[in-house]
Design a protein around this ligand. Sequence first.
Ligand SMILES: [Zn+2]
Length: 229
Amino acid sequence: MELTVIGKYGPYGKEKNGCASCYLVKNDEDLLVMDMGSGTLSRLMGFVDIKKVKDIFISHLHYDHTSDLLPFRYLLEDLNHKVNIYTHKEDSAWYGILFNHPNFNIINIDENTEITLGSMTLNFLEMKHTVTDYAVIIKGEKTLCYTGDTLYNDNIPLCFEECSTVLADCSKPEGFKGPHMNINDAKALANKYKKNIIATHLSVDYDPTEALKEQENITVAEEMKTYIL
Ligand SMILES: [Zn+2]
């Protein structure tokens, strides 16, 4: 199983060459795109033939995880290509604006949903953010969880129990007050579960690499890098 970090910043990209959230998972020949934040579509096109992308998971509907779905619709029209979008049902104007398009096949997910994508199965766990956010648990040759955006919550232990690698929103500095885990959460989880954490969703003005460099089991996500899990 491979994980490529297309974009890792939030709530907006970094000057010149940093993009908001988007990740690409490959297991055998099966692909899953996870979130599609600002600036990520053109990068994604550099990693994969878009005609081979059939499945997209959207963790939650904040703009930094969804905004490139809008230009993506133009590309899908030009390619005459349709994709499945796995996301929770939300009664909001943004949900309608984003997803009401004939080239999107929307499949609503919750904690009871199981999706099979060829060699991968997907399950979902609700997280804790300012809007509804789901983590996805991917089981293929390896096991990977992507948390989307979240504070620590009662489902986080399940992410670690089920998966050998967790791509986690845990890169904010100590004392950060927003709805994300910080580096102290990351250290505590790494020490408790001894699983691999790829820390992502970085702020543009804070790089956690130095603070986490002595910590075992944590890697800070690098954009345009493919991790062999
Ligand atoms: Zn968010």
